[in-house]
Structure formats: structure tokens, C-alpha cells
Design a protein around this ligand. Structure first.
Ligand SMILES: O=C(CO)COP(=O)(O)O
Length: 128
């Protein structure tokens, strides 16, 4: 079962919730992990179970980065706010870099997230 991380900055949380609703049947077949507030919102507003790390600004992105290093993550949806500076920008940059290093696919927009989730679902179907 693919393990997928869901992360969204505050102005993108409505988008990640709407994506999670639209993809609920696909996502329910994945093992989901998220940063603290994103995970909470998705858990509250959909029927999906999301393992919650710390909130991004206090280390959640870094916890997910550690899982990337361990080879535990198959894909990441990371809807970033492109217009607002984040206090934990170094952590965000590190997560992007680790995905590059370990060739873990990351989608940073809704449309790319749809392609990523469709692709992971397809792969999982072929494996199963
Ligand atoms: O800041 C984040 C990602 O960089 C997201 O953290 P939260 O999901 O806790 O808001």
C-alpha cells in the first residue's frame, strides 16, 4: 500500500481538503501521513485516517523528510503558499531537496497532485 504524505500551508488547506474529498476512495487505499494541522483538517472533514506528525513550523516537514530518507514515503502532496514567507522555510527547502535526492515524487499544485495520486493508484493496481 503506497504511503503518501499530505501537507498544505494555511491558504492551501481548503484546496487539500477538497482534493482529499474528491480522491477519498483512492486515498482510503493508501497509508496517509500528514503534518499536524493538515492531518487534523483532513481527518475532521473527510472519512480518511491520517497519521499526524508535528505541525510544519515546529518540525513536521522534517519528520516527513526523515521518512523520505528511510525510504518509507512513495509520494508527497505539498500544497505550498507561493505568496507568503514561512518561518520554517529552511525545513521546507530541505524536504524538497530530500525528495530530489531520493527521487520521491512531490506534487506542489492541485493539478499535479491529481496526476500523482492517479499514478500511485495505477501502480498499486498493477502490483496488486
Ligand atoms: O507548515 C506546513 C508545511 O510547511 C504545514 O503544517 P501544518 O499542516 O501543521 O499547518
Amino acid at each position: 500500500m503506497p504511503r503518501v504524505a499530505l501537507i498544505a500551508h494555511d491558504d492551501e488547506k481548503p484546496v487539500v481538503v477538497s482534493l482529499a474529498r474528491e480522491y477519498e476512495s483512492v486515498l482510503s487505499t493508501f497509508d496517509l501521513v500528514g503534518t499536524g494541522t493538515t492531518g487534523e483538517r483532513i481527518t475532521e472533514e473527510t472519512g480518511l485516517a491520517v497519521e499526524r506528525k508535528e505541525s510544519g513550523p515546529i518540525g513536521g516537514d522534517t519528520q516527513i523528510g526523515a521518512e523520505v530518507v528511510e525510504g518509507d514515503i512513495d509520494g508527497i502532496v505539498f500544497l505550498r503558499d507561493p505568496l507568503t514567507a514561512q518561518p520554517h522555510e529552511p525545513d521546507i527547502t530541505a524536504l524538497l531537496r530530500l525528495c530530489d535526492v531520493h527521487d520521491v515524487p512531490m506534487a506542489t499544485t492541485r493539478t499535479s497532485a491529481e496526476y500523482l495520486l492517479d499514478g500511485l493508484a495505477d501502480d498499486a493496481g498493477h502490483e496488486g
